[in-house]
Each structure stands twice: as C-alpha cells, then as structure tokens.
Design a protein around this ligand. Structure first.
Ligand SMILES: C[S@@+](CC[C@H](N)C(=O)[O-])C[C@H]1O[C@@H](n2cnc3c(N)ncnc32)[C@H](O)[C@@H]1O
Length: 287
C-alpha cells in the first residue's frame, strides 16, 4: 500500500511530465480534495496509508486533469467568497475576480438594510448562485433571486443555497434576462456571458471545453448581454437601487456607454486582482 506522500509525488510527476506548470499545487489540491483532507493534512500526513480504492480514484482524477479538465470540476466544488459551492455541467466555475463584484455592492446592500431593515437582490445569470449567495451570507436581512436560462444551473444554485443554510431567503427562477422577473430590487448584479464569439476558439481548453458555452459567449462583439440588461434594468430597480456588472478587461468604455445611454450613471469602477478593469456599478441617473 502506498503512502499519501507517494501518491502526491506520483500525481505531481505525471502532471509535470505533461508540462503542467503548477503540478505541485495541483497534485496537492487534487489528492487532498479527493481524500477530504485540508492542505495542512496533506503537508503533514505524508505517512498516511492510501488504500487501493483511493489510489484508483487518484489515478482516474489525474487522467482527467491530463485531458485539461480543471481541478475543481474534477472535485465537483469550488470555494467562492468563503463559501463551498457545488459545480455541475452547466455552471460556470466561479472565479476569484468575481468576488470583486460582491465587495463592490456589499456596502450599498448593508446601507439599504440599515435604512429599510430589508433588501431584495437579483442576480441575473446566477450559475452556481455564487454572487447572490455570497451577498445573502454576508447580509442576513437580505432576500435574493438567482435567475438563469439553465435548469441545471438553477438546480445547483438551489442545492448550494440549501447546503449553506440560505434556502429560505433564496429563490431560483428560469428567466431569459428579465422575461420572468417581477417586482423591484435594491441591488441587481450580473456576471453575464461577455466573451466575443470569435475569441472563444482561442481560449484555454480548461475554459473552452469545460465551462458551458452559454456562460461564455457574449455574441459578435461580446456586449449582447449588457444591451439586453441595460435596456430593462431601470424598470426593476428601486429608486435608490444600483446595478453592478462584471465586465471583460477591455469593456469599461463600451459597457459604460451602453448603460449611460439607457439612463444610468457610473457610480463605481473596480479593478480585479490582476489590475484589469472588472466591475462597474451604475445608479439610476437623477433627472
Ligand atoms: C459568466 S456565467 C456567470 C455565472 C455566475 N454568476 C458566476 O459569476 O460564477 C453567465 C451565466 O448567465 C447565464 N445566461 C446566459 N444567457 C442568459 C440569459 N439570456 N438570461 C439569463 N441568464 C443567462 C448562463 O447560463 C450562465 O450561468
């Protein structure tokens, strides 16, 4: 029987030989995740015996990674803003940069709750539920809706809400943009598909072959979702409400122009951890 240390070393060398630059980190994440161990346990438990069945699972997982399936998709879950979120076939794997959108609207959400005692949040294109669930977890007085066109994603978002104890304050609605949405919201958030269709073939296989196309493809110029959302958002926002969107690194000017010509004012622009433009927050322009 092999030890944990040997299993990690073997996974690492298989990945390194295939040219994976982060083979050591990925091997620890993969083996630790499969065996339910923390990263400290992986570091300190090198003598732990690994059963034949566990060895088999590790080997199959390394095979999948060698075919460029991302580590967290193999493991079936990923951490976002401190929450462990299940993934499924039609959910985007939530990215750390999207936490910037959560942080950008959180002060406003807290202020609304302090004033009104409650708040309503809508997350358009919710995927795993990442953004809205992170906001609900931070703000116990808030209620949220996650909408999407994928039933698979909505089922996963609901499961995530249940696992996190947020289900009573969360609803999942199948809606193309605002089609099935009613009422007004204090905060609307969206990380819509925003990649230009012609760029998609050039993406890394981890993204192109494993993230769902409906989560990536923003149409010929990457801006279709913003046009659809900006055209209707004012009808669904409270008077002092805001809408926060994630954008591509080169979309600040074009997305701002779309929202400003729909009657919004740019209230906040934030950069991501790589110093790229990533989040814009708009308020309804005062007349
Ligand atoms: C980039 S993913 C974002 C997922 C999640 N909010 C996150 O940040 O991890 C975009 C999501 O929008 C959904 N979507 C695509 N077109 C849509 C539409 N017309 N109406 C509603 N949702 C849509 C996709 O199914 C996908 O879940």
């Amino acid at each position: 029987m092999r030890t944990l240390g040997q299993a990690v070393a073997d996974a690492r060398s298989r990945l390194a030989e295939a040219g994976f630059p982060d083979s050591a980190i990925e091997a620890r994440l993969l083996v630790g995740g499969l065996l339910g161990l923390t990263s400290t346990e992986v570091f300190t438990g090198t003598d732990r015996p690994v059963s034949a069945a566990e060895d088999e699972r590790i080997s199959k997982a390394v095979e999948r990674r060698l075919k460029r399936e991302p580590v967290h998709r193999i493991l079936g879950s990923r951490e976002f803003h401190g929450l462990e979120l299940l993934l499924s076939k039609e959910t985007l794997e939530p990215r750390p940069d999207t936490e910037v959108l959560v942080e950008a609207v959180l002060p406003q959400l807290r202020q609304i709750v302090a004033t009104k005692g409650a708040a309503r949040v809508l997350d358009i294109g919710t995927g795993t539920g990442a953004i809205v669930l992170a906001l609900l977890a931070q703000c116990p007085e808030a209620q949220g809706i996650g909408s999407d066109i994928s039933d698979d994603a909505l089922a996963t978002a609901k499961r995530n809400a249940e696992r996190l104890g947020l289900a009573e304050r969360f609803s999942a609605i199948n809606s193309r943009w605002f089609d099935k949405i009613s009422g007004r919201f204090d905060i609307i958030v969206s990380n819509p598909p925003y990649i230009r269709s012609d760029v998609i073939p050039e993406l890394e296989p981890e993204v192109r072959d494993y993230d769902p196309m409906a989560a990536l493809d923003g149409g010929p110029d990457g801006l279709e979702a913003y046009r659809a959302i900006a055209a209707q958002a004012a009808d669904f926002l409270e008077k002092d409400g805001v809408i926060g969107v994630e954008i591509g690194y080169d979309q600040k000017d074009t997305v701002s122009a779309i929202f400003c010509s729909a009657g919004f004012t740019l209230a906040q622009a934030r950069r991501d951890y790589g110093d790229n433009d990533r989040v814009l927050v708009f308020s309804v322009a005062k007349s």
